[in-house]
Ligand binder design. Structure first.
Ligand SMILES: CC/C=C\C=C\CC(=O)SCCNC(=O)CCNC(=O)[C@H](O)C(C)(C)COP(=O)(O)OP(=O)(O)OC[C@H]1O[C@@H](n2cnc3c(N)ncnc32)[C@H](O)[C@@H]1OP(=O)(O)O
Length: 301
């Protein structure tokens, strides 16, 4: 697959075409996938003229994209952002109404069955981020609404710009959020009271509050500064042992969903093989020699 420099000086995997480890290629219409530096994949929501509203093609493209990233040994960390003036206005409202109207089934059971499949497909769109062992850094500017919040709560790290705002908007369009926010947001920000307030009133939460409640870990002056910060953070992660990094993501998510004893048990089983990696010896030696992990060549995984 050809790699080339974009007009912005980034390394591009031929625009919105992504190659899996096996060499097959997928063309995305709603996502742009580039490689700005070694080990770093940048996935960008790419419908800027429609405020990155999420259409049905986006759902399946997300699944394909993250399943490919999961097995791409060249990718060690992902940055996720939105093209244009804002991150995303959530589900495409035109799509939503036509999808619901066109649901097949000649009685209530069959219509419900198909609606359930539709909802679980929507859920998988964002669950794939969590299932992908590579850490994902969400970089949010401007509005992040509805499904945009579903998306970022499935990411591992969230950054935003000073002008960013977040809105759990679903109650305003007559539904209970059903593709991840109600399940993940309470685990991201500690206060269930705040989660309930945001989800029940659909009020906007601006960047300062997002930082103080822990939804984001850093706020940047503007998008340029945020993307530079995201790239710097991604480089820090990409320079470390992929065995350590991916094991950390997987075990953090496991422990979020299980008891401490169960998680410790899982961890012990995980590391009984992973501790045998060469990366431990290499890293320990580098530490003794006062070298940075970034100076140690770790093979891809
Ligand atoms: C199974 C799953 C079921 C449902 C899940 C739902 C979760 C959700 O996502 S709920 C949230 C839905 N989103 C919204 O309610 C936001 C709608 N958008 C807005 O309110 C505004 O766009 C805005 C954020 C206030 C920004 O306004 P402005 O700066 O004036 O831009 P616009 O002119 O409105 O937008 C530009 C362009 O984009 C189109 N667009 C924006 N958002 C959506 C959207 N969500 N769906 C479809 N289209 C959208 C807008 O129509 C404009 O298009 P033009 O062709 O230029 O008119």
């Amino acid at each position: 697959m050809a790699a080339m420099m974009t007009s912005e000086g980034r390394m591009s995997l031929t625009g919105s075409v992504m190659s899996s480890a096996g060499g097959s290629t997928t063309r995305f219409t709603t996502l742009s996938v580039t490689r700005p530096a070694d080990g770093i994949t940048h996935v960008e929501l790419n419908r800027p003229d429609k405020s990155n509203a999420m259409i049905r093609a986006f759902w399946s493209e997300m699944v394909d994209c993250f399943n490919q990233i999961a097995v791409d040994p060249r990718c060690r960390v992902v940055i996720f952002s939105g093209a244009g003036k804002l991150f995303s206005t959530g589900i495409d409202l035109m799509d939503l109404t036509s999808d619901i109207r066109q649901l097949a089934g000649d009685d209530v059971a069959r219509v419900s069955w198909n609606l359930r499949r539709f909802i679980t497909m929507g859920q998988e769109t964002f669950s794939v981020i969590e299932k992908c062992p590579k850490p994902v850094i969400a970089a949010v500017h401007g509005a992040c609404i509805g499904e945009g919040v579903d998306l970022i709560t499935a990411c591992d790290i969230r950054l935003c710009t000073q002008d960013a705002w977040f809105q759990v908007k679903e109650v305003d369009i007559g539904l209970a959020a059903d593709v991840g926010t109600l399940q993940r947001l309470p685990r991201v920000i500690g206060s269930r009271s705040l989660v309930s307030e945001l989800a029940l009133t659909a009020r906007k939460m601006f960047s300062d509050e997002a930082k103080s409640c822990g939804l984001v870990s850093k706020v940047f002056a503007d998008k340029e500064a945020m993307m530079a910060g995201a790239l710097e953070m991604a480089s820090e992660i990409a320079g470390r042992s992929p065995v350590a990094v991916q094991g950390t993501k997987i075990n953090l998510i496991y422990s979020r969903d299980h008891s401490v004893p169960d998680s410790l048990d899982y961890m012990a089983t995980w590391n009984m093989s992973m501790l045998q990696t060469h990366d431990v010896l290499k890293s320990a030696q580098a530490a003794m020699e006062k070298k940075s992990p970034a100076d140690v060549p770790f093979s891809n995984m």
